[in-house]
Design a protein around this ligand. Structure first.
Ligand code: IMP
Ligand code: MG
Length: 182
């Protein structure tokens, strides 16, 4: 068991739990993409840790690419607008696209991203997410693959941040309220 960071209220998912689940989901994706060569897209930055573990557990021949987007306008409230901070280098027309996301909250980011990528005429689009908070959903978007459904709590670690910190924690933990309420 890793040393617990002082700002973590409790560990929600241990490194071992995540590792085990990622292997299972990777095997399901291998089955889905048998005989195909998907382009696996890492949504920066939060997905980077999950993405690197996931692709190393997949046997399917694949290519990778990176995209940075945000569905947030000026404030902290999710909006319908998608800002592309970094676009793909790959032409996805006719490709099988697998979007790798860290967490689905309101769903705005993925809803808009999927719409955008669909306009580029891929053969297929699937979404795999590490975490899902279905209670928080504001738009109809469902990932094809989810590693863990979680309660509505603010979590950090394994790629997820609060104010750009804690991404390197090897587990998913609930952030102490005192950290963001001070
Ligand atoms: P959505 O558009 O509301 O679904 O936003 C999803 C994005 O919000 C994720 O990619 C995260 O960057 C961020 N987010 C939502 N919930 C959390 C959380 O509990 N911890 C860290 N980031 C979160
Ligand atoms: Mg994110």
């Amino acid at each position: 068991m890793a040393v617990i960071h002082a700002d973590v209220e409790r560990v929600m998912l241990t490194r071992e739990q995540i590792e085990e689940r990622v292997k299972v989901v990777a095997a399901q994706l291998d089955k889905l993409y048998e005989g195909r060569r998907p382009v696996v897209i890492c949504i920066l930055k939060g997905s980077v840790v999950f993405f690197s573990d996931l692709i190393r557990n997949m046997q399917t021949p694949l290519t990778i690419d990176f995209m940075a987007v945000s569905s947030y306008g000026n404030g902290t409230k999710s909006t319908g607008e998608l800002t592309i901070k970094k676009d793909l280098a790959t032409d996805i027309k006719g490709r099988d696209v697998l979007i790798v996301e860290d967490i689905i909250d309101s769903g705005n980011t993925l809803y808009n991203l999927k719409k955008l990528l669909n306009s580029r005429l891929p053969n297929s689009i699937n979404i795999v997410t590490l975490l899902d908070k279905p209670e928080r959903r504001e738009v109809p978007i469902e990932p094809e693959y989810t590693c863990f459904v979680i309660e509505d709590e603010f979590v950090i670690g394994y790629g997820l941040d609060y104010a750009e910190e804690y991404r390197n924690l090897p587990y998913v933990g609930v952030l102490k309220r005192s950290v963001y309420e001070k």
